[in-house]
Write a protein that binds this ligand. Structure first.
Ligand SMILES: [Zn+2]
Length: 278
């Protein structure tokens, strides 16, 4: 599932490969993908003949600023990935949900084996009113805040466990199972600590750990755990080789050599080092 680093890598690649290219034609596989539009024709009308001036990331959405003044929004969901296709008339595969061709040849595709992604065009005002945007949590990379502000946000939920807080999109944007575990390891904190038990020093460590982990993950272009986990060029991210705890049960901690442990938390496994985290 793409989390903040993989989404940010996609945004940067889209900026490089798609910005400035005029869109020729849209083929959307199903109406669910473009659900906010009533018809595929309506979506196509607002994309075709236009180009994106630049791509931003807002929360977990990739947002292309169209030359029409509207926004092209891409929500990769839990299984969507963009794919750059060069030249000719590219053949779609079974997971292709949408293909947008360029007037200069080539295309950008949205591939999604599970169909959890969405894409649509919206006005700027409508976009800001979307609940997931209006109520979005802290984005430590795009809109960094002082660590004290982060502490106040955590303390609004004093009895919630850290692992749950980090995965709550109203508190922090784009952290899922992989990076919430990695951030907690980086900060040396146990998943089941509640925010009201954190010292000022620990809050600062947690915030700094979050920024460090995400920045590092982007440098290595995110993680890849299956064949669908690829960037727009079809290449896997390399950060999975550097993760400290995620999926490393029984393997030695890279810091202290103690075996990494796992525990069920909210129906999923959480990975941690009982020696390095407290
Ligand atoms: Zn350790």
């Amino acid at each position: 599932m793409p989390e903040l680093p993989e989404i940010e890598v996609t945004r940067r690649d889209m900026e490089r490969e798609v910005s400035g290219k005029k869109f020729k034609a849209v083929e959307a596989a199903d109406k669910k993908l473009i659900a906010p539009h009533k018809t595929k024709a309506e979506f196509a009308k607002r994309i075709e003949g236009h180009k994106v001036k630049s791509f931003e990331r807002r929360g977990t959405y990739i947002v292309g600023k169209l030359d029409s003044g509207e926004l092209w929004v891409i929500d990769l969901g839990t299984s969507g990935r963009m794919q750059r296709v060069k030249g000719g008339k590219p053949a779609a595969d079974a997971s292709t949900r949408c293909t947008i061709t360029f007037t200069t040849g080539g295309a950008i595709r949205l591939n999604d084996p599970k169909g959890t992604s969405r894409t649509w065009v919206i006005t700027k005002d409508e976009f800001e009113e979307l609940p997931e945007i209006a109520e979005a949590g802290i984005d430590p990379l795009e809109t960094p805040v002082p660590w004290q502000t982060f502490g106040q946000v955590l303390l609004a939920n004093p009895k919630s466990k850290l692992k749950a807080l980090l995965q709550n999109p109203k508190i922090v944007t784009g952290l899922g199972p992989v990076y919430s575990d990695e951030v907690l390891f980086n900060a040396g904190l146990l998943y089941d600590r509640t925010s009201d038990t954190l010292s000022a020093h620990e809050v600062r460590r947690l915030y700094r750990g979050m920024v460090e982990t995400l920045t590092d993950a982007i440098k290595y272009r995110g993680v890849s755990y299956d064949e669908n986990d690829v960037d727009i060029y079809g290449e896997p991210g390399e950060y999975s080789q550097y993760v400290q705890v995620y999926l490393r049960t029984g393997e030695p901690c890279r810091r202290c050599r103690a075996p990494i442990e796992r525990v069920k938390f909210q129906k999923r496994y959480h990975y941690y080092c009982a020696n390095c985290q407290s």
